[in-house]
Design a protein around this ligand. Structure first.
Ligand code: C2E
Ligand code: MG
Ligand code: MG
Length: 339
């Protein structure tokens, strides 16, 4: 909007909205369209085309968030928190298509086998300006905006493809765990996406493990059981991530077809001085054993923790003590060196 005044921008927005209140006729049928318009002004809101487009897009996402079928004029004084959020949201929309997402892989050690048998795929966002953004900073936003569907799809395909490449390169049997958020679990047809990823990459289903949270188990139990049963029928494994931090109803553990309990890293803190956490961890390991489930401890950082977990009979360990999450290339070297 070259006129530069907010009133002009608003008037223009009104006129376009007005034009779309009439139906369009196509092939003798009537179509009603709704609009979400973002407006920004030159030079007030940006000195060049790309800055203007970013700000117009930000304003458009605000219009969408305000229930669609409205227009928003970009305002500099959007408070800085919501401006930052909008900027992140806009950038995140392009992250997949611009190949800005990367997976790092953290190994876990199987105590009985005495070696690395699995890795967890952990997504990072190589943001063009902010650098590597941790998943805690953008997965919640992806959940809120629905972008988790696209991101989760990419993560699953990439994790399966990479693991298949490792198999072909001599690391046969290596398993990969992929995190699935509660929103993603509800939003997507997970069985179809998983089937597609396995078919496209040729990864054996038993080498794929899906990490879900207790939240997933507590919502809509019947639908969850149906999805999990379908995944199990394909041969895929299911883990409960961050176990012990959600609403743990012990009854559900028997109802759901799960394979593994992943003990949350927040319980590792004082396990070695035999505090409350030691009691919790000991109990979860025993619970897993009694229900014939595998137990994994995450966030293992010290040798003393390793000794404790080993003595308690934990099946698998994951944490900085062994390795941080690594880029794919480094992970392969790490596994080979330890084999
Ligand atoms: P999570 O699945 O529980 O993953 C474990 C987190 O603990 C990872 O953080 C990992 O780097 C960190 N960690 C590993 N070992 C240690 C340790 O010894 N000490 C400490 N203090 N931390 C350790 P990261 O990579 O930042 O991931 C954070 C969370 O983001 C994950 O928690 C998971 O919930 C979520 N996330 C990551 N990737 C994805 C994804 O592809 N999809 C979805 N939906 N969520 C993801
Ligand atoms: Mg996880
Ligand atoms: Mg976890």
């Amino acid at each position: 909007c070259a006129a530069g005044r907010v009133e002009h921008a608003r008037a223009l927005g009104e006129r376009v909205m007005q034009a779309f209140t009439q139906p369009f006729r196509l092939d003798g049928r009537e179509f009603f369209l709704t609009l979400s318009i973002g407006v920004c002004r030159f030079p007030h809101d940006g000195a060049d085309i790309s800055a203007l487009l970013v700000n117009a897009e930000n304003a458009m996402f605000l219009a969408k968030r305000n229930g669609r079928n409205n227009y928003q004029v970009y305002l500099h004084d959007l408070n800085s928190a919501s401006a930052e959020r909008l900027e992140m949201e806009t950038a995140l929309r392009h992250a997949v298509t611009r190949n800005e997402l990367v997976l790092h892989y953290q190994p876990s050690v199987d105590i009985a086998a005495g070696r690395i048998t699995a890795v967890e795929a952990l997504v990072r966002w190589a943001h063009p300006v902010r650098g590597m953004v941790a998943p805690d900073k953008f997965i919640p936003l992806a959940d809120e905006t629905g972008l988790i569907g696209e991101i989760g799809h990419w993560v699953l395909l990439e994790a399966c493809a990479q693991t298949r490449r490792w198999h072909d390169a001599g690391l046969g049997g290596l398993k990969v765990s992929v995190n699935v958020s509660a929103v993603q679990f509800r939003q997507c047809d997970l069985t179809q996406i998983v089937a597609e990823a396995l078919a496209r990459t040729g990864l054996p289903p038993w080498c794929l493990d899906l990490e879900i949270t207790e939240t997933v188990l507590m919502q809509d139990a019947d639908a969850t059981i149906a999805t999990l049963l379908a995944l199990k029928a394909m041969g895929v494994c299911i883990s409960v991530d961050d176990f012990g931090t959600g609403y743990s109803s012990l009854a559900y553990l028997k109802r759901f077809p799960i394979d593994t309990l992943k003990i949350d890293k927040s319980f590792m803190g004082d396990v070695v001085c035999d505090g409350h956490n030691a009691a919790i961890v000991r109990t979860v390991i025993a619970l897993a054993k009694n229900l014939d489930l595998e137990s994994i401890a995450e966030g293992v950082e010290t040798e003393a923790q390793v000794d404790f977990l080993r003595a308690e009979g934990c099946d698998r360990l994951q944490g900085y003590y062994f390795s941080k999450p690594l880029p794919a290339q480094k992970l392969a070297e790490f596994v080979r060196a330890g084999a």
